[in-house]
Design a protein around this ligand. Sequence first.
Ligand code: B12
Length: 305
Amino acid sequence: MNGPFTPKKVAVAIGVSESSLKRWCDKGLIDFSKTAGGHRRISLPSVVQFLRTSKHEVIQPHVLGLPPANGARTKPIENAQADLKQLLLSGDEKAARAAILDYFLAGNDIACIGDRLVAPVFHDFGRLWENGEVEIFQERRACEITVRVIHEMRTMIPPPQPDAPVAIGGTIQSDPYVLPTNLVDTVLASNGWNSTSLGTMLPFDTLLSAAIQYRPRIFWVSVSKAPEATSFVDEFNKFQQDLPSETALVVGGRALTESIRSQIRYTAFCDNLSHLESYAESIVPPKSIVPLKSIVPPNRELSKN
Ligand code: B12
């Protein structure tokens, strides 16, 4: 991971004076640590959180290892779908990364990026695949690229507070789909949760072992591939019954049809990541996330410095 950076480096990247940058640190607008010698050091997640909340643009992004802004951030996120689709189809990882990260750095929620940019683009790949208009390798490569970008955003999220609520989850044995569970994980992490995606294709007994070991407040299960086994409903309901009593079982995914949902027991079903965000906030208010949103002053005050 890039960083930690000196205030000077961050100042150069943002295009402000080093003294302004240090003042923002001392006012608590940018989180920092100190070296043994007493010098301020700023981690990449702290810089990114500042950029996302203050809406400052990076003038020299390469200094921080970030991609250049592509100007898309001022337009509705839906406008980026067509471009991202082409970039992913042609395997242009650099530009696809820049397109997604630009919206992230501009302060868009991960839920919004997932629901309104990534998911629609992949739904379209599904349609193209059905019509034979896309090679399988293009779809798989698009998945590889996107999961790498999601992981990169994940590394830019500040670590959870020690008392952050725990969330874990993944996909069931029949389900190889990596994007939804990684998005769920990143959404919860960005909301201050101590979140971990366990991965894909996990048997119920190992999901249960994880729940018993970590006693999470939320356990999510993403189901994108319709379960074939007739024993699915029984296995799922046994899993739900054996979960720790404090654990909310949150489910989602396009394969959880109404007919399946009517047979299984869970705490909440979410159509999308925005629903998840609202649900998570309702059960544990986001007090444990570093509350930068509330301490960022109006832009006027920032530009005075
Ligand atoms: C990529 C892809 C694959 C890849 C996945 C690679 C990987 N490692 O992830 C691979 C190659 C494995 C694959 C295989 C197959 N696939 Co496929 N695949 C897709 C595709 C194009 C994208 C899936 C995706 O990642 N979407 C992006 C995510 C982010 O969107 P999403 O799943 O809708 O998730 C959103 C919400 O549902 C919600 N959500 C999801 N989960 C959760 C969980 C929680 C807790 C919460 C809160 C929210 C939530 O939030 C997300 C963001 O909004 C879809 C098209 C589509 N419509 O999605 C087809 C699609 C799902 N596949 C399909 C098919 C047919 C197959 C195959 C059977 C093809 C074949 N003949 O081999 C195989 C089955 C493989 C298997 N073993 O199961 C069909 C399914 C049709 C059906 N009726 O079930 C689809 C719809 C394509 C199509 N139009 O025909 N596939």
